[in-house]
Design a protein around this ligand. Structure first.
Ligand SMILES: [Fe+2]
Ligand SMILES: [Fe+2]
Length: 474
């Protein structure tokens, strides 16, 4: 169970480690200051129907009730320890999993934890203005749930920094509260976390695409030989599933509503569709292209000696490492990566160890493709003749072998000029953003009501009805 009697809820026996407890209690007010400044705008007095973890066991980690978000019980929850756990890959394979940081990997591990930790507050900052244009009380509650859990994920990473990295760790924890998404002088570490999330379509796309990158990174870190990191990430993953659910169903409901309106009014032309106050399918495709491509960059270079080192040293595994049937060392294995040579895409085999970023990206793409297939079924079931497609993985990339090339969504290598001529057929233009935002000029918060541009969900949260008062505004 989680101990809620302490100032910082935890299941790591924090009360027995006075030094650590003091360090975290010192960081807590700074965190609250960040939440008041950068957390959801104007929300501090709202009572929100949120789930809170009460135990880390599979069946007991979510309890629902009204909470004012600044009083949310952020805390430190790790999956229980498995005494027999080993390092399962790399050159230390077969050793007992590490309970302390191996000295030689200290700075690498700190970097990995800081990079993950930095994404958590970043997304809260990116989403902070969206409450004022929510399409329903149900959706407002969902974004707040995502926000408080990203806040808790920051706590999870800060615990590791404070507990295992001494003064450097405490300084990194301060910096995590100092960087700001999109700030010119002190931005967040990774590109996608500095992009704006200007509207709800972007929010749902973000939670579908970018929170899923979070899932894959957490899955890889949940394999880590450094046991406290693995156990922290395992518990974070239980929360992440809801974020992706919000994204997938959010986009799905927008598609469903658009298709309904197209059918009822017998229109297909995007301008006719827009005239009816819903988001046309080509615009949804453009948002998809944008969020997919900027998220693919988060996996890093296709060929990377850092990725090889992380794996070899047992710090970061592959997706579902222990379920894979190979030697988990990858000394002689190869993996295909693409590159652009003379205007053509060539595939070549490289040492699998160096291609681990690409491999994780490919695992991600597989799961994304399934989700896009489920969106397509919504379109097909409505009898609407439109195909949503995932663009080629080289489209609109800024990192890796495709960076600097001008790929069409079909995978054609173009000149810069030709690409620019088509850019806004493939990516949202300022006019597209302006249109989507014009639909979201105010919030819809009457219980049970939904904005015209989105269908209601199939069911409410925690079996509550759709007209449940998910947020009390006071
Ligand atoms: Fe997160
Ligand atoms: Fe998330």
């Amino acid at each position: 169970m989680i101990n809620y009697t302490e100032k910082i809820p935890n299941n790591v026996d924090l009360g027995r480690d006075r030094v650590l407890q003091r360090a975290l209690e010192h960081w807590q007010p700074a965190y609250m200051g960040w939440w008041y400044d950068m957390g959801p705008n104007e929300s501090h007095n709202y009572e929100v129907y949120l789930r809170t973890a009460i135990s880390v066991e599979p069946d007991g980690w979510a309890q629902f009730g009204y909470v004012k978000m600044p009083e949310y019980r952020w805390g430190i929850f790790l999956q229980p320890r498995d005494e027999k756990r080993e390092v399962n890959f790399g050159i230390h394979k077969g050793q007992a999993a590490w309970q302390e940081v191996p000295g030689e990997y200290r700075s690498t591990l700190r970097r990995v934890i800081v990079t993950q930790g930095d994404t958590e507050p970043a997304s809260v900052e990116q989403q902070r203005m969206l409450g004022s244009s929510c399409p329903s009380m149900y959706d407002l509650r969902n974004i707040f749930q995502v926000n408080v859990e990203e806040g808790r994920h920051l706590w999870a990473m800060v615990y590791l920094l404070h507990r295992y990295f001494g003064r450097d760790g405490r300084e990194e924890a301060e910096s995590l509260l100092a960087r700001r998404s999109g700030d010119a002088d002190n931005p967040r570490i990774l590109g996608a976390f500095n992009e704006p999330t200007p509207d709800w379509l972007a929010f749902y796309m973000f939670t579908f695409f970018t929170d899923r990158d979070g899932k894959f990174q957490l899955c890889a870190l949940a394999e880590s030989g450094f046991d406290p990191l693995a156990r922290t990430c395992r518990f974070m993953l239980t929360e992440e599933a809801h974020h992706m659910f919000v994204g997938e169903t959010g986009v799905g409901r927008i598609i469903q509503r658009t298709c309904e309106v197209m059918k009822e009014n017998n229109v297909e032309d995007p301008s006719d569709v827009r005239a009816l106050g819903v988001i046309d399918l080509p615009t949804i495709q453009k948002y998809l292209n944008f969020h997919y491509s900027v998220t693919l960059d988060l996996y890093g270079s296709d060929v990377s000696s850092n990725a090889a080192n992380y794996f070899t040293s047992g710090l970061k595994g592959r997706f579902r490492e222990t379920k894979l049937e190979d030697d988990h060392v990858l000394a002689d294995a190869e993996y295909p990566v693409s590159e652009v040579v003379g205007g053509k895409i060539l595939t070549k085999q490289v040492p699998a160890l160096t291609a681990l970023n690409e491999r994780l990206r490919d695992d991600y793409i597989e799961e994304i493709a399934d989700g896009v297939g489920r969106w397509q079924r919504v379109i097909d079931n409505a009898g609407t003749p439109f195909r949503l497609t995932l663009p080629h993985k080289g489209f609109h990339r800024a990192i890796g072998n495709f960076a600097g090339h001008f790929m069409s969504p079909d995978g054609e290598v173009l000149s810069e000029e030709a690409w620019k001529n088509h850019e806004f057929e493939w990516l949202p233009s300022s006019k597209d953003y302006a249109y989507v935002q014009s639909l979201m000029s105010g919030r819809v918060v009457e219980p049970g009501k939904f904005a015209n541009w989105i269908a209601p969900p199939a069911r409410g949260i925690n079996s509550q009805p759709l007209n449940f008062e998910y947020v009390r505004f006071n």
